[in-house]
Design a protein around this ligand. Structure first.
Ligand code: PLP
Length: 388
């Protein structure tokens, strides 16, 4: 456990929060938390449950209404054909990932992870007794892992592949064809595929989302990780889902029964409120996040000469330091440390995603916060000694 990195995102966020507590003005581009009032459908269901005056232990796998609604929601938005019996309700998508990996890695093995990756993947794999095998992609490859590239990194110990679609931190989306090619290779190499799709509902403009869970032919080797956190703006309620082949459910439920016991009943009913009205609640979050994305890109591109392109999904921009005129003599961790210390601007270093020389901006804060942050960003970056 000593080797497990604490989440870099949460660490920067913690410094930001501490500064705020000390009364300082902090500009938070670090947290991937869609800051927006909970939709009334969510709170109404939670209050209704709380007012019943009881909250006994929940069913370990999740309450039947929520499992059914979760299956209906992904089936209608992602084209999958899951039954309620394929759905495990978990404490956020993070615990869904942890429990699936814990089960798959009971005899160890390597897990292939394309970089840039969400910082928790390597740590969770290590905690579960596996070995993270990082495959670095590049901006030129569109930050995507191709089947051809994956094939070069397979070994006799390869056990699973994690793909994150829509991607944190790049916002990149895999096409159906790219997914089919990866799944076909996973089949040949006997890999389980863990498809983290927690941003599937935050896809902007004319871009479209393709789920790994769609392929009937590969259904038994795919686990889809989902969550109410981002798609429905419910990060603090801690409701996520593992969509798994039926044969995995008994063991996963046994594990959940011996660890968390399941998800708070009130949170599960709050999630029912969201999923009963999935189009409205997701639309409310997505529209707000799309406006914030547009504002972010406009502001960035008007300040800096190197432009950032379209961000298709999620809540982030993965930006080369060079785009802000920062020389390559400074690494992303030192840059972010200096920026938060000297100017109270919180960003996450690219190194936390396995790709240095970049930083991740989150555009999930309210629009007025984004506008204020941009007023201080450029002078702060220019003040740092490394700027050419
Ligand atoms: N997967 C990705 C790619 C994420 O960015 C996050 C959270 O930031 C999660 C999973 C976990 O989210 P939660 O546990 O809140 O559902």
């Amino acid at each position: 456990m000593r080797n497990i990195a604490s989440s870099a995102t949460l660490a920067v966020n913690a410094i930001a929060k501490e500064k705020k507590l000390r009364g300082q003005r902090v500009y938070n581009f670090a947290a991937g938390d869609p800051i927006l009032q909970n939709h009334p459908y969510i709170t109404a269901r939670a209050i209704q449950q709380a007012e019943k005056g009881y909250a006994f232990y929940p069913p370990v796998e999740g309450i039947p209404d929520l499992r059914r609604l979760a299956a209906e929601w992904v089936n209608s938005t992602c084209g999958t054909t899951y039954e309620p019996g394929n759905v495990l309700v978990t404490c956020g998508g993070k615990y869904a990932l942890f429990s699936v990996l814990y089960m798959l890695l009971d005899r160890g093995g390597e897990v292939l992870i394309p970089a840039p990756y969400w910082g928790s993947y390597p740590s969770i794999v290590t905690m579960c007794g596996g070995v993270p095998k990082i495959v670095v992609t590049s901006a030129q490859q569109g930050w995507k892992l191709s089947a051809e590239e994956l094939a070069k990194h397979l070994t006799k110990d390869s056990r699973a592949l994690i793909i994150n679609n829509a991607c944190n931190p790049t916002g990149v989306l895999y096409s159906k064809q790219e997914i089919d090619e990866l799944l076909a290779l996973a089949h040949d190499a006997d890999l389980m595929v863990i498809s983290d799709e927690v941003y599937s509902g935050l896809v902007y403009g004319s871009s479209s989302f393709a789920s790994c869970g769609c392929s009937e032919a590969h259904r038994d080797r795919v686990c889809v990780i989902q969550s109410c956190s981002k798609n429905f703006g419910m990060t603090g309620w801690r409701v996520g889902f593992a969509f798994v082949p039926g044969a995995m459910m008994r063991e996963l439920a046994a594990m959940q029964g011996q660890t968390t016991t399941g998800v708070s009943l009130i949170s599960q009913w709050a999630a029912v409120g969201a999923l009963e009205n999935a189009t409205a609640v997701n639309g409310y979050i997505k529209q707000a996040m799309e406006r914030r994305r547009n504002l972010f890109v406009e502001n960035f591109n008007s300040l800096f000469s190197q432009q950032i392109g379209t961000i298709e999904s999620a809540l982030y921009a993965f930006v080369p330091l060079a785009a802000m005129g920062v020389t390559d003599t400074v690494d992303s961790v030192s840059f972010c440390e200096q920026l938060i210390t000297s100017a109270n601007i919180a960003l996450v270093p690219g190194a936390a995603f396995g790709v240095d020389g970049h930083v991740r901006f989150a555009f999930s804060e309210p629009e007025e916060e984004i506008i204020e942050a941009f007023k201080v960003l450029k002078p702060a970056v220019e003040r740092l000694a490394h700027v050419v």
